[in-house]
Design a protein around this ligand. Structure first.
Ligand code: G6P
Length: 505
């Protein structure tokens, strides 16, 4: 018992994600500067005392030469990060191609790209081959650093083939996999040419986690319908072997946001913003410039609101911060959304609305395309400015068409204890399951409904705002990222012990 209290060692946790939590900038042949991000996952794991985390992932840059690779590996080691080097061709086929042109839109219900038939077959095949190759490269790095007893936690749709690669080499390795996006209905997943291979590979993990119960349920039905396996309340069973499947809703490091609001520089920002927008209500959107975020639909709803409520013209401003992302993902011919089209579409709508409703002294929409706010989801270089923006906001508009969780909604709530602003939240964001009772839930495709909810939010009596805010604030401070990480890892440890006991029986 004493030994347990003294904790002779901390369990090592290998966190494997496509992107490392640092951005690397090359300064010379053998010198690099690293910018550590303070995103959700990083702060979640920093706060966890039970284990010692190491990161394995892609540094986001192409490093073709050995000198550069060695120097970067050394620099990253100081941050407990281990790089996986992917060349340009692999990045193109695996990251831009299979991950972001196929899995990402499909998992968000936007369908598969349809090029001409021959090209599609070819690109599906070669992109899936590159995906598997890249996943194997991640596995090789994990294997090179793995020590007995380590927990290996794989993240997201980029690495669905990883659990199988890992278990093939070492059946005893404790492997967990967590998906940060939605897992779609099995009817959608069925359309994916490599549907079975991916499901089987994920099932090689000991524990499979999702943000919501619905995503977990979709995954289990995909396994039963497509693979013909048995779904149980615990997970999926295949010839006596159980893969645990469960929901682990992520949170944020809310204390970090709450603390930041007290800082003099944040207070200064708040003061400036209040002066700048005096006499007007502030509405805020913060999104990666991604088709799943529903930015055009949000702007159209705001336009509708201004159209129907002339009394609000000049009295409300929408600050829309859009963070450019994945600009190299190719435009596909028939997918109705693409990263390139989206940017010009958003600019066009903003221009029209500002032209229609702006005056010589004020415009209704401030649209900032800014790399200053880099996300996953709060990997923000100007964290203080972001906190100030959240704090002065009267109404936040989170209207994703689909979103795994959406932590912008959590960040907003955590900065609103003074103001008690209103959150308008898409029912298709995972966060709707947790913040639904405090937010105004909307169908982002229904522009009339969203426009009406903007009116409802702006006119909401203080008492109701307070009640709704308190509900959400309580949730956000109680369900933190740290608690999420601890729960997942301890569940993974337990799952493996239970499986061992079952095999002895
Ligand atoms: C989503 C994904 C993450 C990803 C992030 C940013 O939140 O679930 O895995 O890191 O988007 O996208 P990027 O492609 O820039 O890494």
């Amino acid at each position: 018992e004493e030994a347990a209290v003294a904790r002779p060692f901390r369990q090592r946790l290998l966190v494997v994600a496509n992107r490392l939590p640092v951005s690397a900038i090359r300064r010379g042949e053998d010198s690099w500067s690293l910018e550590i991000s303070a995103g959700g996952l990083v702060s979640a794991l920093l706060g966890v005392k039970e284990f010692e985390a190491r990161w394995i992932g892609w540094a986001g840059v192409n490093v073709p030469d050995e000198i550069g690779q060695k120097a970067l590996t050394k620099a990253l080691a100081e941050k407990r990060c281990i790089p996986v080097f992917l060349d340009e061709e692999i990045v193109h086929q695996y990251y831009n191609g299979y991950c972001n042109n196929i899995l990402w839109p499909l998992f968000h219900y936007l369908g598969l790209p349809q090029e001409d038939r021959l090209a599609t077959t070819r690109s599906f095949q070669s992109q899936f081959a590159a995906y598997k190759k890249a996943n194997q490269m991640f596995a090789d790095v994990v294997n090179a650093h793995y020590e007995e007893g380590d927990v290996v936690w794989c993240h997201d749709y980029h690495l669905m083939y990883l659990p199988e690669c890992l278990k093939k080499c070492n059946t005893k390795m404790k492997v967990g996999w967590f998906l940060h996006t939605p897992f779609p209905s099995s009817e959608i997943h069925r359309t994916l040419p490599s549907r079975s291979e991916l499901l089987r590979s994920v099932l090689a993990a000991d524990l499979v986690g999702f943000h919501t119960y619905d995503y977990a349920r979709h995954f289990v039905s995909a396994c039963t319908r497509i693979l013909g396996l048995e779904g149980t309340p615990e997970g999926v069973e295949d010839q006596g072997r159980l893969t645990r499947v469960a929901a682990f809703p992520i949170g944020i490091d809310s204390a970090r946001f709450i603390r930041a609001l007290e800082l003099p520089q944040v207070q200064e920002h708040i003061k400036e913003l209040k002066e700048r927008f005096a006499g007007r209500k502030v509405m805020l959107g913060v999104d990666r410039l991604d088709m799943i975020k529903g930015i055009p639909q949000k702007l159209l709803a705001f336009e509708k609101f201004l159209e129907e409520n002339p009394c609000w013209r000049g009295k409300v401003v929408l600050l829309q911060i859009a963070v450019p992302t994945r600009t190299d993902v190719p435009e596909c011919m028939l997918l109705p959304f693409s990263y390139q089209k989206l940017t010009s579409q958003v600019h066009e709508i903003v221009g029209r609305i500002n032209g229609r409703f702006g005056t010589l002294t004020a415009v209704p929409i401030h649209h900032l395309v800014s790399t200053v706010f880099l996300v996953w989801t709060d990997r923000s270089l100007d964290f203080h400015a972001l906190c100030a923006l959240y704090a002065v906001t009267d109404v936040a508009l989170v209207t994703s068409l689909r979103d795994g969780m959406n932590l912008v909604s959590y960040e907003f709530v955590s900065c609103q204890d003074a103001k008690k602003g209103v959150l308008i939240l898409s029912e298709f964001a995972g966060a709707a399951q947790s913040l639904g009772a405090g937010a105004i839930l909307v169908n982002p495709w229904n522009i009339i409904e969203v426009a009406a909810s903007i009116g409802q939010a702006l006119n909401m009596p203080a008492e109701e705002r307070e009640k709704r805010h308190c509900h959400n604030f309580h949730h956000v401070i109680m369900h933190t990222a740290q608690e999420w990480a601890e729960t997942f890892v301890s569940e993974l440890n337990d799952t493996v012990v239970e499986a061992q006991l079952r095999s002895i029986e």
